[in-house]
Design a protein around this ligand. Structure first.
Ligand code: ADP
Ligand code: XUL
Length: 513
């Protein structure tokens, strides 16, 4: 059996595969907002951060790890798991002191992870991918290296606010003593993997590429980028590794507390998007995935690291080898939720409204779909900007918001040069047929969803199975099948409307930024 974890923005989940039976035999999850009200983080992050800061509490992720394993061990015998892997929300960083490695090597199963590890941080909270507070540090890093083009040529992305490099630099500048006391800088992914392993594990290539620190030519930390970021950073980062290379057997804490076998091996964890690429069966080029989670992302596997000339897109490592291109939109589910709440409807009414809006005015009612700072394009929007040609009913407002989200995605994915023949949809909002229909209409391509909704946790479990010697392509043929009734065809009569809507959307966007 193989176990995959996903520590995402709003939840922590796990999937167990029994490969000999071709099925998922256990699943468990924790929703931070609903299950852990004591962190006062209804969407998984701490509210009220100043000047674009968005942080989360790493102890919340550890408490979730304990709870999810408690739930899983009530369902199945965890001693049958031979290998585990995982994924985490990308870019977020955890700063640990010199006690961390000895604490995780000697954890006591009689008490919780949270109790034992709360003293091991040099920074009590973790900046996450929603943080937009490091504009100054991005400029400093780019200037030190010779400009954004050079940062992008080395790391696959220009210096980006949510990426780990600029966040590390800000911490070093604001709290130099705490930075100096930091033994390891971990990503969310490598932090959780390390606790499971009982020793600090490396960052994987897929997630490491989201730091502005990994040189994509040789997959090692780039000394010039590290120098531009913060002093002695190379001492605080373990050499990057492949998530397919198991590192060590699981820590005795998990053997004693949840019944894992002492021989169960732990792989380095990867990022949620690279894991999703695996879980969607999209690790070979030619397929496009749209993930509608807290963030909306658009990604595809690629053989060569092609970069975005406009600086919005990224190159990450593909866990199966090669690379993936990705664009991330900050105003994803939280913007859809904001409109849902503004109109006082539930998801089912939201869905119906999106489908019932008149299509005759498609492209004539425009919405820039941003309820707060956006990263693609980079701009501090305060609320959606609209340009309506008729009275905005609730149905038109919902449809126009969704059209705006996917027109923005279509516009900013043009650099990839992919005309999708089929779009694979995943993430919490993908089950909504109204949203899926508008994705199909805007991109003029059929949309499919897979049987398993949690593609990141599934991808992690598939990574574990592959690391144990199974064939990934064969596994994907079994576990990554489209759900039979999930296919949604585009309304091809709308092709011309959306072609002109794209021009109109671009004009409105350019008038605002
Ligand atoms: P993450 O992995 O980033 O934590 P998920 O992929 O689990 O996020 O998606 C969570 C989001 O899915 C929630 O913020 C919620 O707004 C959205 N969601 C859940 N159900 C629906 C639905 N039926 N229609 C639209 N959005 C939904
Ligand atoms: C990708 C990104 C988000 C996070 C959270 O660059 O910032 O998709 O990985 O899901």
């Amino acid at each position: 059996m193989f176990l995959g974890f996903d520590s995402s923005t709003q939840s922590f989940s796990a999937i167990v595969l029994a490969v000999d039976q071709n099925k998922i035999i256990a699943e468990a999850s924790v929703n931070f907002g609903n299950d852990f009200p004591h962190y006062a983080a209804p969407s998984g992050f701490i509210l009220g951060g100043a000047s674009g800061e968005v942080h989360a509490d790493p102890m919340m992720w550890l408490e979730a790890l304990d709870l999810v394993l408690g739930k899983l061990s009530a369902q199945i015998d965890l001693s049958k798991i031979t290998m585990l892997a995982g994924s985490g929300q990308q870019h977020g960083s955890v700063y640990v002191n010199e006690t961390f490695d000895s604490i995780i090597a000697n954890l006591n199963p009689a008490t919780s992870l949270k109790t034992q590890l709360s003293s091991s941080l040099t920074r009590s909270t973790s900046p996450i991918w929603m943080d937009t507070s490091t504009g100054v540090e991005c400029v400093e890093i780019a200037n030190a290296i010779g400009g954004d083009a050079e940062v992008c040529a080395r790391s696959g992305s220009i210096a980006i606010e949510r990426f780990t490099g600029s966040q590390i630099r800000k911490f070093f500048k604001q709290a130099p003593a705490a930075y100096a006391a930091t033994d390891h800088v971990h990503l969310v992914s490598s932090f959780i993997a390390s606790v499971l392993a009982g020793k600090s594990l490396p960052i994987d290539f897929g997630d490491g590429a989201g730091m502005n620190l990994l040189n994509l030519k040789n997959l090692t930390w780039d000394q010039d980028l590290m120098n531009a970021t913060a002093p002695e950073l190379s001492d605080k980062l373990l050499p990057a590794a492949s998530c397919l290379k198991p590192q060590v057997t699981i820590s005795s804490y998990f053997v004693g507390k949840y019944g894992f076998a002492e021989t169960c091996q732990v792989c380095p964890f990867t990022g949620d998007n690279p894991a999703s690429l695996v879980g969607m069966g999209a690790t070979t080029p030619g397929q496009v995935v749209i993930s509608l989670g807290t963030s909306d992302t658009f990604f595809a596997a690629m053989t060569e690291p092609k970069t975005d000339p406009q600086g919005f897109g990224h190159v990450f490592g593909n866990p199966a080898g090669g690379f993936m291109s990705l664009i991330c939109f900050r105003n994803g589910s939280l913007a859809r939720e904001a409109m849902r709440d503004e109109l006082g409807v539930d998801w089912s009414a939201f869905d119906q409204n999106a489908l019932s809006a008149s299509k005759s005015s498609t492209g004539k009612n425009l919405t820039l779909p941003f309820y707060g700072a956006e990263i693609t394009p980079r701009h501090d929007f305060e609320k959606p900007v609209t340009e309506f040609s008729e009275d905005p009913t609730d149905a038109l407002r919902i449809r126009s918001l969704l059209e705006g989200q996917f027109l923005n995605m279509r516009l900013h994915s043009q650099w990839m040069g992919i005309a999708p023949q089929r779009i694979l949809l995943t993430g919490g909002a993908s089950k909504n047929n109204g949203i899926a229909q508008i994705v199909a209409d805007v991109f003029q391509a059929p949309v499919e969803r897979l049987e398993v909704a949690n593609s990141a946790a599934l991808g992690a479990a598939l990574i574990a199975a592959t690391a144990a010697g199974n064939d990934l392509v064969k596994l994907q043929a079994i576990f990554c099948q489209p759900s039979p009734d999930s296919r949604i065809e585009p309304d091809t009569h709308l092709a011309a409307n959306y072609a002109s809507a794209l021009d109109q959307f671009k004009r409105l966007l350019e008038s605002q930024i």
